[in-house]
Design a protein around this ligand. Structure first.
Ligand code: SF4
Ligand code: SF4
Length: 380
């Protein structure tokens, strides 16, 4: 009887020991996973951005300045008066405590965190605490560069810089560097070559604007007069038929519809003899057939020497006409980060996934997923 009890006790102990070993292994595995996660983690940095449209020092009690712990300690971290146009925050003094963000009655301040590596890559900044663009899309001669991203993250700023209309200030909005320094900054990348051509070879750019309805603000008269004025390549005849614009030649510009404006704007850019062709959202107002025609028309302007850059939301069109794709992501009106160029499929997949595995950067919480069933139900 005694022996039987002893045997039972031993089995219990054995089970206990096994249980304990299992727990230790689980704990070791958890710690290992934590270690791996930390290893892969990218250090982030915080910074404050003020939305200039929302900040209203005349209508508030300057709560930001009153609550700032650095100001309370006697430092000039937030500077604002009732007469100021906008509050100014010193990024050097700010410790990112978030108090001013919570206290501002107009939600004008935003604390953002971005991977620290991007802080050194500021290509342009409009003002203190203003929108920042990190990196630029990299165009390549003889290839169509597609750009995709949400609104307000810097696509237009990037296009204006690539067209030579805005000088990139490398973040020094109050001390804009000379071109020599800018070229040095881009040294070793294709952008150095690109900007050198823009400056030394006097490269010219033509941009199809995003908002084509604004064309009558810069040109009044008949459609044919605008085409005659811009037809440097003398190829308008063929494009008039391709883009179904011939019947509109005698029409006054301001009487065109959205789709007609769009097709005319594409034609006007395509008939100019320039080195850089930029098309900002060429698919708006166009149906599927017209989009494909527009894409063909855009691809036709490409030569081995020139640059073609297209910003587009329609991923099918982007897939159809691009050779390379850069994604731009960020926080609208606050900051934008441009990815390095990808092949077309990879670029579109990165955009849809909201995750750039090459830089281990997640820029959207959820992946964009097209539910085929829902799509089919809406068609049928
Ligand atoms: S940031 Fe907010 S609290 Fe500060 S001045 Fe502007 S509106 Fe007022
Ligand atoms: S985050 Fe904190 S330290 Fe920075 S400006 Fe706001 S209140 Fe001052």
């Amino acid at each position: 009887m005694k022996d039987k009890d002893k045997k039972k006790e031993t089995k219990k102990e054995k089970d206990k020991r096994k249980d304990m070993e299992k727990k230790i292994k689980q704990e070791q595995k958890r710690k290992q996973e934590e270690k791996e996660e930390k290893k892969n983690e990218i250090p982030h940095d915080r910074m404050l951005i003020i939305d200039k449209d929302k900040c209203k020092p005349k209508l508030c009690e300057q709560e930001c300045k009153k609550t700032c712990i650095m100001n309370k300690a006697g430092k000039l971290c937030i500077e604002v008066q009732r007469t100021s146009i906008v509050a100014e925050i010193s990024e050097e003094l700010c410790i990112g405590c978030n108090l001013c963000v919570k206290k501002c009655p107009f939600s004008a301040i935003k604390l953002i965190t971005i991977p620290a590596t991007f802080l050194k890559l500021i290509v342009h900044r409009y003002s203190r605490n203003g929108f920042k663009l990190h990196r630029l899309p990299i165009p390549k001669a003889g290839q169509v560069l597609g750009i995709v991203g949400a609104n307000g993250v810097g696509k237009t700023t990037a296009l204006q810089i690539l067209a030579g209309k805005i000088k990139p200030n490398l973040g020094r909005y109050n001390d804009v560097p000379e071109w020599g320094e800018i070229l040095k900054y881009f040294h070793g990348s294709d952008l150095q070559n690109y900007f050198t051509k823009l400056l030394e070879c006097n490269y010219k750019a033509s941009i199809k604007p995003q908002y084509v309805e604004s064309i009558p603000q810069v040109f009044q008269g008949k459609v044919k007069h605008l085409i005659e004025k811009k037809d440097q390549k003398k190829n308008s005849e063929a494009l008039l038929d391709l883009l179904e614009l011939r019947h509109l030649l005698e029409r006054d510009i301001e009487k065109l519809s959205g789709g007609e404006f769009q097709r005319l704007a594409i034609l006007v850019v395509a008939i100019q003899n320039v080195d850089i062709y930029i098309f900002d959202e060429p698919s708006s107002y166009l149906d599927v057939k017209q989009r494909l025609t527009a894409a063909d028309c855009i691809r036709d302007v490409l030569t081995e020497e020139n640059y073609v850059i297209v910003v587009e939301h329609d991923l099918v069109m982007l897939d159809y006409l691009s050779d390379l794709i850069c994604c731009i992501y960020g926080d609208p009106s606050l900051y934008g980060i441009v990815t390095m160029p990808f092949g077309v499929r990879e670029g579109i997949n990165v955009f849809l996934a909201g995750y750039n595995s090459k830089e281990n950067t997640k820029f959207r919480e959820t992946a964009l997923d097209f539910d085929i069933k829902v799509l089919m139900n809406s068609i049928i």
